[in-house]
Design a protein around this ligand. Structure first.
Ligand code: FES
Length: 571
């Protein structure tokens, strides 16, 4: 029997409303309204999101596949999030875009959707929105840029910016060279080509089963990216016919697989927050403890910046994510029942995947880091947890006790860090407050705060840093992030003072502020919350409703799936 799609409630009617719905869709022949599945192509193209600026071409490739398989493709825009341009931070708008996506899908005659994602927040935002509607959905990532090239060597997005910036401040790189490097980093279409947040999230959607095999790593400029988009267009039509909804793919097993894969690829700390938020939309309970437990015994195999040496282009040529999935599966680290967008399980898809370069995708007995994953530390400074990426940290600082040098907010940091009179040495712990979801607002990527110039000039490149902020997935260092509860809601982070001693013990998963409870209570009684940056508009909605980072920083009223039903007509 021929399947009736939800779009039939618009296009399948023979009354006045059917007339209205069809007649205004000009330019298409009448047979497109014959009950075939309508495929939405959710496009985050924008010239203000340079990582996604090639998405119109990708959308055309998807459409070819949709037409070929007998579907009716309709492309629609949603707000785009360009990481490098948005102020105060793109993360402030992730949840807003998820609403845009959810409402656009539900309100329109869409039976299944292709999500075109690239720059960091566009991926979780689109997945969250589609998950709250629970329609069949598949992701096409935009793909990473080609390797950056500077002075005859590869340079990586973000990672080498932080490195060069430290060199300029240390006086070891002339500013003219810094400017020259700027023109050499972003050489083609695509998103950051380190294992930053965009590449991590592209790996995550492939590990979750939301993208076809190979989706994570094919460079944007490689013709195989267009071919993948074409095949994805074909596949989404089948998914609509099979009613393979996103909730059947986003299972507990799939989320656990993604945590393991993130550890193996040396993925971004931002993956934790987005993963928790995506899981929340389909009602799967994942916690920070799952991240710590499941990632701990997984070695980091992928030798990519910021943890290692290579870049996404190298990763693709080495075999990409399928080779990593195969290695994890052969060591019994993946659930074998998790089904993916092509109807097969993750492990079925990857069981014969080759590894062409054991330098880039290392074997289990020669990993980049023996215990990859994200470490979750707790203690009186972070009772609800904080995260750190051991593969990007300095091993000697993973157990460290030091004197706190405190910055009350980002402005205080910017003004104070350059002060030659600042009482700081490399054994100190830099602490920044009021950069969490509510405090900034939006939890920006400032947690990897640059070291004071006088420390850099000594040749020191890492210190323990602690904040309620995030950091770019391209960044590195012994950086404790996402401290919960954040300072702006009165977490103990708000009470730290210059001269306090802080103990970080990553092997023991401990973060302790060495100040007695009595003294902390006195400080708490004197503490006043910071004034909001803006007391109206979307920022107010966000600050009033955003959850803490250990719950994914989603808005409380957006958590969960609301389905695709809209029983009422518009006229
Ligand atoms: Fe867009 Fe890095 S700035 S992916």
């Amino acid at each position: 029997m021929k399947k009736t799609f939800r779009s039939a409630a618009w296009f399948g009617r023979m009354d006045k409303d059917g007339f209205l719905h069809r007649s205004w869709m000009r330019g298409f022949p009448p047979e497109v309204f014959d009950g075939r599945p309508v495929i939405g192509i959710c496009n985050t193209w924008s010239e203000l999101t340079p990582c996604n600026a090639h998405f119109r071409e990708i959308a055309e490739c998807v459409k070819r596949g949709v037409w070929e398989a007998g579907g009716f493709p309709l492309e629609f825009p949603v707000t785009s999030l360009g990481e490098t341009n948005l102020r105060p931070t793109a993360m402030l708008f992730r949840n807003l875009v998820s609403m845009d996506v959810e409402e656009s899908i539900r309100a329109n005659p869409i039976d299944a959707v292709v999500l075109l994602c690239g720059c960091d927040k566009t991926t979780p935002a689109l997945v969250m929105g589609a998950a709250s509607c629970d329609v069949p959905a598949i992701v096409v990532s935009g793909g990473p840029m080609l390797n950056g090239k500077y002075c005859g060597r590869n340079i990586g997005s973000g990672t080498d910016v932080w490195r060069f910036d430290a060199m300029v401040k240390a006086g070891t790189m002339p500013e003219a060279e810094f400017r020259e490097a700027e023109t050499c980093m972003s050489r083609s279409a695509g998103h950051c080509m380190t294992m930053g947040t965009a590449s991590t999230m592209a790996s995550m959607v492939e590990a979750l089963g939301l993208g076809l095999p190979g989706n994570a790593a094919i460079p944007a400029a490689d013709s195989r990216r267009s071919a993948l988009a074409h095949v994805t267009g074909r596949r989404i039509v089948e998914m609509a016919r099979e009613d393979l909804r996103i909730s059947r793919i986003l299972t507990r097993e799939a989320f656990e697989n993604a945590i393991r894969v993130n550890a193996a690829v040396g993925g971004s700390t931002n993956a934790v927050i987005h993963h928790l938020a995506m899981a929340g939309r389909v009602g799967v309970k994942v916690t920070l403890d799952d991240w710590d437990r499941l990632g701990r015994d997984v070695p980091t195999l992928v030798d990519l910046m910021p943890s290692g040496r290579f870049l996404m282009e190298d990763f693709y040529y080495a075999g990409g994510l399928p080779a990593v999935v195969r290695a994890l599966d052969e060591h019994g680290l993946l659930h074998r029942t998790a089904i993916t967008a092509n109807g097969k399980t993750l492990t079925e898809n990857c069981k014969n995947a080759p590894n062409w370069n054991a330098e880039v995708i290392r074997p289990f007995d020669k990993p980049l880091v023996a215990s990859g994953g994200i470490a979750v530390v707790r203690g009186n400074l972070a009772p609800d947890g904080a995260v750190l990426k051991p593969s990007a940290a300095s091993p000697k600082l993973l157990k460290h006790r030091g004197r706190a040098v405190v910055f009350e907010n980002i402005e205080h940091y910017n003004e104070r860090v350059k002060d030659p009179a600042l009482d700081v040495d490399e054994t100190c712990v830099l602490v920044m407050k009021n950069c969490g979801p509510k405090g900034y607002p939006g939890m920006p990527e400032v947690g990897n705060m640059a070291l004071p110039p006088k420390i850099l000039q000594k040749g020191v490149t890492d210190m323990v840093r602690i904040s309620d902020a995030r950091m770019s997935g391209t960044a590195y260092g012994t950086v404790v992030l996402h401290v919960c509860p954040e300072a702006a809601v009165g977490g103990n982070l708000a009470l730290v003072q210059d001269g306090d001693f802080i103990e970080l013990d990553v092997p023991a998963r401990k973060l302790h502020l060495d100040v007695g409870e009595e003294a902390l209570n006195k400080r708490r009684a004197a503490w006043k919350p910071p004034a909001p940056a803006m007391d109206g508009g979307y920022q107010k909605l966000y600050v009033d409703h955003v959850q803490q980072a250990n719950h994914g920083a989603d808005l409380d009223f957006l958590i969960g799936c609301r389905g695709d039903a809209v029983p009422r007509e518009s006229h």
